[in-house]
Design a protein around this ligand. Sequence first.
Ligand code: TYM
Length: 326
Amino acid sequence: MRILSGIQPTGEKHLGNYFGAIRRWVNEQAEADCFYPIVDLHAITVAQEPTELRKSTLSLAALLIASGIDPERATLFVQSHVPEHARLAWVLECMTPYGDLRRMPQYREKSQTHAAFGVALLTYPVLQAADILLYQADAVPVGEDQRQHLELARDLAQRFNNRFGETFTVPRGTYPEVGAKVMDLQDPAMRMSTSSESDLGVVRILDPPEHIRKKIRSAVTDSGREVRRSPDKPGITTLIEILAAASGESAEQIQERYTGSGYGPFKADVADAIVELVTPIQRRYAELRNDQAELTRILARGATKAHAVAAQTLQRVHEAIGFVPP
Ligand code: TYM
């Protein structure tokens, strides 16, 4: 079983990234052959400050390892270190209908919020498909927001196989039962996101405990006092979901426990559960992030392993489409 999933080296990673992706990547390592690229080629589809990008790429590697990714088991690497990603993306772009890309949610969102953007914002999901197909991934653990991108990757694999013969494994997206779409604490109609308007709405994995407590205390709720999941209680529903994801309890167990207790004690427990979850990650991160030499070594090893697999697939693709071998 082959797993691939990527993450952008931009902004500080939050509980949505953790529950939707990172934690599941850690769990997959024991069973599957896992590839986890830090996708810097995707990051530059919107403007990045070079010094910042360099720093965030290494600190994201440290955060992933601190969260439990074991570079001895999983292949952790930087996307731009493996040139086959951009090369396969080109081939796939030549087979992707323009209309399919214009309908992608991330494009519609970002093309509205960024004043100027390059064409790569449109072709972004094709590069993502290349990431997945290069490694013949069977499964791609992601959050709900990536569903359409995964559908495109499947379509492209099937279309290529039909036209040129069996070349790619057709991947499937996998989504967690709890935490597939963690919502913003200030605006529970929006997904928790690195580019959120309000810092208070986003709990970052590296937030100090007192910030986490403050964010949970100030999370918007309705004026009632019942701890219950319901469409008319989106704020409380979000907090129940976060507690369920952090503690492993079911939403029903949580609702039962807080019957009649009001929001205060419930919110305090949500904050405690998050702090308990992130404290060991923060401790390991603090030890790792300054060892740039070690991080660089780990990423170089990952790139070598990734390259061996990616080069094989690209060669098959080039043969299938009729390129003359070099
Ligand atoms: P990115 O970097 O935005 O997010 C990384 C992972 O976090 C998940 N996620 C969430 N899950 C639940 N609730 C949320 N609020 C939330 N916010 C983010 C995302 O679904 C993702 O799994 N395009 C991808 C990166 C990528 C990729 C790939 C993923 C590039 N190539 C190949 C899978 C396979 C992205 O921007 O993720």
